[in-house]
Write a new protein. Structure first.
Lengths: 240, 240
């Protein structure tokens, strides 16, 4: 069984890739391919008999080519494991979070793997605006001018996490998980995520996530993990 | 379908209660009783036809009598919902966390319900000892003398959460989730949890939890929620 994991593409794109594979003469009938959407990631699981290895290799090569930027794992590793490995390997880096709408979920996921204490410094859950200011050092003027859910505040949260927890990498998250609190301009599901290296690279992303409160929180957490991975690999944001 | 939820008793105790019910002449054959262990809680789910209502009432009364201290829900509400309701209703109180081994899971669970921003001030994830000192204001001497996993540090974390996040109720957690980090004196699964009201009541509990890292983290989170519930109800710790 081989697993390809992609993030940031619709499942329909994989269907299109399967059509192209067929058109290119790859004998897909020799493969048992299952694609599923899990936590916002597309997982392509393929089972096949040993003689079909060349067929799988051709298929995997096509996926790699067509989805170079969104394919993040072809060895079964989850994004969580990749982030853990990237933080641990030289140059070893530490990480810290400052989360609003996710309420600690990103810190909880980062600390899930055994040995996380080697690279997780800690995190701030800054639900109240006063906490954003007092704990994460967000300039209250930013909140006043741009609102608590804004790119500026997400960036300030990432910087605050780095500063206050003395970490190399910071994650800042602010958004509207719902069901209440949305406006026309800033609807439920709007989240700003900022990941930054101390004095270095940064990725900021605005997402508009579908679903209920739990979905928005869970999806945001997954996006944040992917942004950390991209930052640590020096990739920049998707399509940027 | 009726649900009784208990916390802090072994499932075997419920089996004993069923035997006593039978012995007391309660026609258990008229009830379809399922007991299961979920996240450390015992859930007794009973299905029955309307005519069996008096039988169920007699059974539920026996459970209430025998398990007065551990029965926490007979109306289907989870401990999460109870904590949310208790914090919201007069006198309304706010809550904050300072977590080590649970890494944000308690904050994440407290912020799961819609409307949590009304009572959750925020939280601190203080994995590194330096973070415990710098963010939660734990006296470094406490860590030096008693170790990071100790009643004293758990109490200091609860107090620090109250202080730093300006909350009415604080939760402090420090423990060894494993798989590494355990010693003979402080094995994997040892966790200290402290919940406190500003200048008021407090419950400290030491637990020794079985299972792997994820189990220890999840169980600790559930115990913490139950301690918050007991604190808010003015109950004190179980058996204390």
């Amino acid at each position: 069984m081989d697993v390809l994991r992609l993030f940031g593409i619709p499942e329909s794109e994989i269907a299109e890739t399967l059509r192209r594979a067929q058109a290119a003469g790859i004998a897909l009938d020799d493969l048992e391919i299952t694609t599923c959407l899990r936590r916002g990631e597309v997982e392509v699981v393929t089972r096949y008999e040993p003689p079909a290895q060349p067929v799988y290799d051709a298929f995997a090569a096509l996926v790699r080519e067509r989805h170079a930027d969104t394919l993040f794992s072809d060895d079964g590793r989850s994004v969580d494991e990749q982030v853990a490995d990237l933080l641990r390997r030289a140059p070893a880096r530490t990480i810290a979070t400052a989360e609003s709408c996710t309420g600690g979920l990103v810190a909880a996921r980062l600390t899930e793997p055994a040995g996380a204490s080697a690279y997780v410094r800690g995190g701030l859950v800054v639900y109240a605006n006063e906490a954003k200011v007092a704990l994460a050092g967000v300039d209250p003027a930013l909140i006043e001018v741009h609102g608590a859910v804004s790119e500026q505040v997400a960036r300030a949260l990432a910087d605050g996490a780095i500063e206050r927890l003395d970490a190399d990498v910071g994650v800042g998250i602010t958004g509207i998980a719902g069901p209440a609190g949305g406006t026309e301009e800033k609807p439920v599901g709007l989240v700003w995520i900022s990941v930054a290296e101390r004095g270095g690279a940064r990725i900021d992303r605005r997402v508009n996530l579908p679903g209920g409160r739990a979905d928005v929180r869970d999806r945001t957490t997954t996006v944040a993990l992917h942004l950390v991975r991209r930052l640590l690999l020096g990739l920049g944001d998707l399509g940027s």
